[in-house]
Ligand binder design. Structure first.
Ligand code: PLP
Length: 421
């Protein structure tokens, strides 16, 4: 049967002569939406003032001097989103493979660049195989349901990312939530979960609100003791944590003990989009057959694949960029602490400046922008009540002068608003 392009041929006729109302004008829908919105946290979507990151030159990205707003709230940890080689790789992939594949992977959406990137990701993490997704949100949404049955159990840190929580909701396994990084509680839950066929401990490698790092050594010891698998989400670790930037498992010396890694291509690895799972080959084979976001969502666009692939090449050639970011993180953390601020976490480029009061965090963030520093205040319900903060994120693309300018602005604004004496 020939395919019709005419919607009136589709068999779905609009009954009667009423012209359909534009979406969003139905009073019921409007009231419902307003009621739900009232309960939701209010988040603005500020327009990026300086839309482009400076183009870094040389091995270590540098931000050229100049006046402008300096962005201290992006996940662009390594500054690779504006790296000339990353941009060139995207353009080349675009020219060679087109804008997109107009297909999911298993129909006609797999090109050599997808297979090459999957192989490269697996090599980077020293795992057997990898599978690409449109995002890490999708990778997290797809894995638990595909892997776990009602006879199994998943044990999840209470502060895990929303996408892990949603992924776990979708699966039929027995669910246990352990207190944040609390090994006693995890052990108690593991004991309880012995009755199940298989146990999977799921944790963020690095937690994005606090910049703290999961105690993976202890988690892996407990997993070994109670015969469980370990899953980590490495979105805030891949590319820069550990001696070669492999992530939290490398940093803590447990690369051979963590079974499954999910991560993103949308943060340190070029910042475009995309996510992946890497781990044992049989698991990846299973995901290709059973993971719904993989099976039923479009293939990653070539330009996006090109960016990530080049970012990984750069990181496998040298860890100079990651080291540069680590030095700048150290500079920021020590200067801010010396100025009298409390910075949560340790050594991570996510540097939450702890302020406590929600209003203080919001007015200080606004005043920072007046001084050319772009940062965002976080308060309840995104973080616990009384733990409001301004989250600063350091990038390799920041210069030492940028860091010092940020610390100076914090000091002035902190004194003005009573956060510092
Ligand atoms: N996991 C964590 C810990 C994250 O911070 C994020 C993004 O904010 C995601 C998963 C989702 O990643 P993506 O943006 O690739 O969907």
């Amino acid at each position: 049967m020939a395919c019709s392009q005419n919607p009136s041929d589709s068999g779905h006729h609009i009954s009667g002569s009423a012209v359909p109302k534009p979406l969003g004008t139905d009073p019921l829908l409007k009231e419902d939406a307003e009621r739900l919105l009232e309960k939701a946290p209010k988040r603005s979507e500020p327009l990026q003032l300086r839309r482009r990151w400076p183009r870094p030159r040389g091995a270590v990205p540098r931000r050229p001097m100049g006046i402008g707003i300096i962005n201290f709230c992006a996940n662009n940890y390594l500054g690779l989103s504006s790296h000339p080689e990353v941009i060139r790789a995207a353009v080349e992939a675009l020219e060679k493979f087109g804008a997109g594949l107009s297909s999911v992977r298993f129909i006609c959406g797999t090109q050599s660049i997808h297979k090459d990137l999957e192989e490269k990701i697996a090599r980077f993490h020293q795992r057997e195989d990898a599978i690409l997704y449109a995002s890490c949100f999708d990778a997290n949404a797809g894995i638990f349901e595909a892997l776990l049955t009602p006879e199994d159990a998943v044990l999840s840190d209470e502060l895990n990312h929303a996408s892990i929580i949603d992924g776990i909701r979708l699966c039929k396994a027995n669910k246990y939530r352990y207190k944040h990084m609390d090994m006693q509680d995890l052990e108690a839950k593991l004991k309880e979960a012995q009755k199940h066929r298989l146990r999977l401990v799921a944790t963020d490698g690095a937690f994005s609100m606090d910049g703290d790092i999961a105690p993976l050594r202890e988690i892996c010891q407990l997993a070994h003791k109670y015969d469980a698998l370990v899953f980590i989400d490495e979105c805030h670790a891949t590319g820069f944590l550990g001696p070669n930037g492999r992530g939290t498992d490398e940093l803590l010396g447990v690369m051979d003990k963590v079974t499954i890694i999910n991560s993103t291509l949308g943060k340190a690895l070029g910042g475009a989009a995309g996510g992946y799972t890497t781990g044992p080959k049989p698991l990846i084979d299973l995901l290709r057959q059973r993971s719904r976001p993989y099976l039923f969502s479009n293939s990653l666009p070539p330009a996006v694949v090109g960016c990530a692939s080049k970012a990984l090449d750069l990181l496998m050639e040298s860890n100079a960029i990651a080291q540069s970011m680590a030095a700048k993180t150290q500079r920021f953390r020590s200067k801010m602490t010396a100025a009298g601020f409390t910075i949560s976490g340790k050594d991570h480029p996510i540097c939450p400046v702890m302020l406590g009061d929600a209003r203080l965090a919001s007015v200080m963030a606004e005043d920072m922008l007046n001084r050319g520093i772009y940062v965002i205040g976080f308060s309840y319900p995104v973080v616990p009540k009384g733990k409001a903060r301004i989250r600063v994120q350091i990038s390799a693309v920041h210069s030492d002068e940028d860091i010092d300018r940020c610390v100076e602005a914090f000091t002035q604004v902190g004194r003005k608003h009573g956060a510092l004496p």
